[in-house]
Ligand binder design. Structure first.
Ligand code: DP6
Length: 393
């Protein structure tokens, strides 16, 4: 019996991937760039066991059994990796063993938190570890599961190069800098809704490619410029530039969504009030100190440096009061002690009325972290008999 257990984190794009030039191979129309989050706060965990006694491939996702072979993307990842194994492994017998796969993630599925990115990155990394193929080009395989998953194969700051070739072999992710290069880079996820998104990314970007004129201009003119500026900002640890491009990119991506016919609307009134608040915050600071970005959902992700977090949360709490605040349930993850604000602080801030109460369900405080990691076998989600330890009844 062979077994491996690994964990991987979602990533939050600062240069957005939106639009495919090849749907099956998942080849994008533009480069993208993201920070991979720390697995301490948010992660997918996968255990895979391969054994001669198993009669069929089986998979459990968050405690429920799912069918593997109906899922073309999962199938593509498994077959691609087995194909590499056929070429690279001396003992190929393991490639014929049936698999038991068990995967769990600890954050809301499909709430714009890129759960598919962590899930597929973790799955591909775990299967490659089981087969002894972890040094192969895993980003191209994770890409076949979900485009953004290729960026979660590395930690730190990662660029997905769109590539030019029709077979997708040059559409891979590369690390721009490890998390240790800029350890002060923190992230707050302001969870405004756990609800499933209305139009999934795959459908939303298909429509955009079909009929948004702005998408073509963005891919050819804006993204190449933004990507170069962003890479320099990361290498120079220049937060003001990093933040401004992050904000512009998010807004441009949502402009493409609105330019799609019929439009895809992902941000809601609460999202817009967060964006308004952050512009005010930066204006008062005299430079960009906090940068919001929204994916295909209403939750805001805010990049900011560690020494800004306490102040930012203090103002956020003042303008978005919450019945749960202060509590560990409300601000989860890395502990933070907000600074008390005086009346004059609030007056000089300049946002008069508070927005409606309980805008956020909760906030996750995390940071840019390392890529996927193998865990000890005693952390396996599968028992010694190859069935999940935790099943939903
Ligand atoms: C808005 O990777 O979920 O988060 O390739 O169809 O699975 P598929 O799409 P997915 O798209 C993510 C889009 C985004 C932006 C980004 O992460 O770059």
């Amino acid at each position: 019996m062979l077994t491996a257990t690994c964990k991987a984190a979602p990533n939050i794009a600062v240069i957005k991937y939106w639009g495919k030039r090849d749907e099956e191979l998942i080849l994008p129309v533009n480069d993208s760039l993201s920070g991979t989050l720390s697995t301490d706060e948010l992660c997918a965990k996968t255990s895979i066991t391969a054994d001669t006694t198993f009669t069929e491939d089986k998979m459990w996702l968050n405690g429920e059994e799912v069918t593997i072979w109906d899922n073309a993307r999962l199938k593509n990842c498994i077959e691609y990796l087995r194909g590499i194994g056929e070429k690279k492994l001396t003992d190929k017998s393991v490639l014929n063993y049936k698999l038991h796969i068990c995967s769990e993630n600890n954050f809301p599925t499909a709430a714009g938190l890129a759960s598919s990115a962590a899930g597929y990155a973790c799955f591909v990394y775990t299967l490659a570890t089981l087969y002894g193929l972890e040094n192969q080009e895993l980003t191209a395989i994770a890409r076949l599961g979900s485009g953004s998953a290729c960026r979660s194969i590395y930690g730190g700051f990662v660029q997905w190069k769109k590539g030019e070739l029709a077979d997708g072999s040059d559409s891979i992710a590369v690390q721009i800098a490890p998390a240790s290069h800029w350890p002060e880079m923190h992230v707050l996820i302001l969870v405004v809704s756990d609800a499933r998104k209305k139009v999934g990314s795959t459908v939303g970007m298909r429509l955009a490619v079909e009929n948004s004129e702005l998408l073509r201009f963005r891919a050819s003119h804006c993204v190449p410029k933004h990507t170069e500026q962003m890479k320099q900002a990361i290498l120079n640890k220049d937060f003001a530039t990093f933040g401004e491009i992050t904000i512009r990119e998010s807004n441009q991506f949502h402009a493409i969504c609105l330019d799609t016919y019929p439009p895809c609307v992902y941000m809601n009134d609460r999202s817009h009030s967060v964006s308004h608040f952050i512009h005010k915050y930066n204006e008062n600071a005299g430079e960009v100190k906090a940068a919001y970005t929204f994916d295909a959902g209403a939750n805001a992700c805010v990049y900011l440096l560690e020494n800004e977090v306490a102040k930012f949360i203090s103002y956020l709490n003042a303008y978005f009061p919450n019945d749960e605040s202060p509590s560990d349930e409300y601000v989860r993850g890395i502990p933070v002690q907000p600074n008390p604000l005086s009346n004059s602080d609030l007056q000089s801030f300049g946002l008069s009325a508070t927005i409606s109460k309980n805008t956020f369900k909760y906030i996750i405080h995390t940071k840019v972290g390392e890529g996927p990691q193998r865990l000890d076998n005693n952390e396996s989600l599968l028992g010694a008999d190859g069935t999940p330890k935790n099943l939903k009844s």
